[in-house]
Write a protein that binds this ligand. Structure first.
Ligand SMILES: [Zn+2]
Length: 160
């Protein structure tokens, strides 16, 4: 999905649209996770001085592998984000100020790739150590679980 921002904002200040992307449209790097269901996106773009503000409402799931027990599970990556987009900074001008974390860049105002920005946002939602549940003990932990005593846990945590 490539947008010609220059054209879209010739006669208006705000652009709003809903999209449904097929998994193969978004596609993540395979070591990060897999998208198997369509991703819904509602986007609102407003023109600002020196760039645009992109409001994104993302709905969808990514299949991740639990870093402890290695099972695959669905991670909800639904979120609402506001991202400012600007032209790529040239070498001599620094646009980025500390604290401006939610800034993304586009190379071509006439060919702004919305899917790239969506993919970026999904990747930011993926934990570095995915867990199928917050208390997942992993494969070994799961087997031991039945007869683990408080003492075992404390020993494990070096508290005894
Ligand atoms: Zn797990």
């Amino acid at each position: 999905m490539v947008l010609n921002l220059r054209e879209i904002f010739k006669n208006r200040k705000r652009f709003a649209q809903s999209y449904t992307f097929k998994p193969e449209d978004v596609k993540l790097p395979p070591d990060l996770g897999e998208i198997t269901e369509p991703i819904n996106l509602y986007v609102e773009i407003t023109k600002e001085k020196g760039g645009y503000m992109v409001h994104m409402e993302i709905e969808g799931y990514v299949v991740l592998q639990c870093s402890r027990c290695l099972t695959l599970y669905d991670k909800d990556i639904g979120k609402i984000e506001n991202i400012r987009i600007e032209p790529y900074p040239t070498k001599d001008v620094v646009y980025l100020k500390p604290g401006d974390l939610n800034v993304s860049f586009y190379e071509d105002e006439e060919a702004f790739d919305l899917v790239n920005l969506l993919r970026e946002q999904i990747i930011l939602s993926i934990p570095t150590k995915p867990l199928c549940s917050p208390d997942c003990m992993g494969e070994l932990g799961g087997i031991e679980k039945g007869n683990t005593t408080l003492g075992d846990l404390l020993k494990k945590a070096n508290m005894l």
